[in-house]
Design a protein around this ligand. Structure first.
Ligand code: PLP
Length: 407
């Protein structure tokens, strides 16, 4: 059966809107994705029907809210392939997930002489938390190089792995280039020197079928808003043993078992990492997003998105002056480019007038953009509702840019 993208589009009400007198072409999915009606309805249903604080409440609404929140945890556990819901911690998003691991797991376990290994391909949120831990502890941050296609140099990665490597943190998929890293091998190599691995799954969750148990990563973190769920919610998956040995980071309500001034005992995982009233509606909305994605034929989604990336790349290369930034053999979701003679911000502004939303800048991955000798790119990023006709609209808008700049 073919992939019925028009059917899918009907699930996303925002796609019907106009931008000025043009219909919206939304190609900024790597920044944030649009939300299906199933997610919008789940949030509205919670607030109009069951809104209450969760855990410990005995009244009907609190029981319903708790069931919906914990039900969402179970849905996310299935979505990422965790062994149990206890391995899923609700966080604000990928940034918070990485910072939680950096401060609560890695910081107490490293010191001078120890090394934390990342790659040159990372988003700022998988660089800065490790720089902070390095500064706090005296540990050293090591960075695996990337090649001219925007792939991690695996020989260099392996060279940098040693007895001193205490932790490895890697993007599963690059947000600036779309590169899919061969993380299964990289995790295995890291484990051979005894280093636990965190994967930043922000860009993988909307495009790849996840299976953290098969990957054998120690931690995996995603942002709800990039996988068709709400903003302000995401998950940190951690192997149960890792979460058990990790101290809480924030203290407060919900994360304790008992409190006296003499001694406080902590709640069990994952609750010991969820201090205070959580984003209940966000978690429920994210659960609905996970259900929505799991209801789709994933092979068909992947084939459709791969076709979008391939066709966009070909069509862009037909335009004089276009350079594609990031030409990895394994890519998903993203086509970044420059247009000779035009600053990316001008490209973005002009194509917006044609109703086409793309992102321009360094995409919170400045070292990646520096690597290509640039300060910015234009990035078209695709989701499961984008169409080949929308690529035509992008190309037509870029022809308009060339005309305006008399290229
Ligand atoms: N990691 C990657 C690869 C990303 O693309 C992003 C967001 O762009 C993040 C981390 C940070 O995600 P968030 O801002 O949702 O915490």
């Amino acid at each position: 059966m073919g992939y019925d993208v028009n059917q899918i589009r009907r699930d996303f009400p925002i796609l019907e809107r106009q931008v000025g007198d043009k219909s919206l072409v939304y190609l900024d999915n790597a920044a944030t994705s649009q939300k299906p009606r199933a997610v919008l309805d789940a949030i509205e249903r919670y607030y109009t029907h069951s809104n209450a604080n969760i855990h410990r409440g005995v009244h009907r609404l609190s029981v319903e809210a708790t069931q919906a929140y914990e039900g969402a945890r179970q849905k996310l556990a299935s979505f990422v392939g965790a062994d149990s819901a206890e391995e899923v911690v609700f966080v604000r998003g990928t940034t918070e997930g990485i910072n939680l691991v950096a401060q609560a797991y890695v910081r107490p376990r490293v010191g001078p002489g120890d090394e934390i290994l990342i790659s040159h391909l990372e988003h700022h949120s998988n660089i800065v938390p490790w720089q902070m831990v390095a500064r706090q502890t005296g540990a050293r941050l090591r960075v695996a190089r990337i090649n001219e296609r925007g792939e991690i140099d695996l020989e260099h990665f392996r060279e940098l792995l040693s007895e001193s490597t205490r932790f490895v943190a890697l993007a599963h998929v690059s947000n600036a280039l779309g590169t899919i890293n061969p993380v299964a091998d990289m995790i295995q190599w890291a484990h051979e020197v005894g280093a636990p691995v965190l994967l930043d799954g922000a860009q993988a969750a909307p495009h790849l079928e996840l299976d953290v148990s098969r990957l054998d990563c120690d931690f995996y973190t995603v942002s709800g808003h990039k996988m068709y769920g709400p903003t302000g919610i995401g998950i940190l998956y951690g192997k149960r043993a890792r979460l058990e040995e990790m101290d809480p980071w924030e203290g407060g309500g919900e994360m304790i078992r008992s409190v006296t001034f003499e001694e406080t005992t902590y709640n069990e995982v994952p609750h010991k990492f969820e201090a205070g009233t959580p984003n209940i509606a966000g978690a429920i909305g994210l659960g609905a997003a996970a259900d929505y994605l799991r209801s789709l034929d994933w092979a068909a989604v992947t084939a459709h998105e791969d076709e979008l990336v391939e066709v966009a790349t070909q069509r862009l290369l037909e335009l004089p002056g276009v350079r594609i930034i990031g030409t990895a053999a394994q890519k998903t979701g993203v086509v970044a480019f420059t247009l000779n003679g035009v600053h990316p911000h001008d490209v973005g502004t002009i194509v917006d007038q044609e109703g086409v939303a793309v992102r321009t800048g360094h995409h919170c991955a400045q070292p990646v953009i520096d690597h290509f000798g640039l300060s910015a790119t234009t990035r078209a990023s695709f989701g499961l509702y984008n169409t080949l006709a929308e690529i035509d609209r992008l190309i037509a808008a870029l022809r308009q840019v060339r005309k305006i700049f008399e290229l």
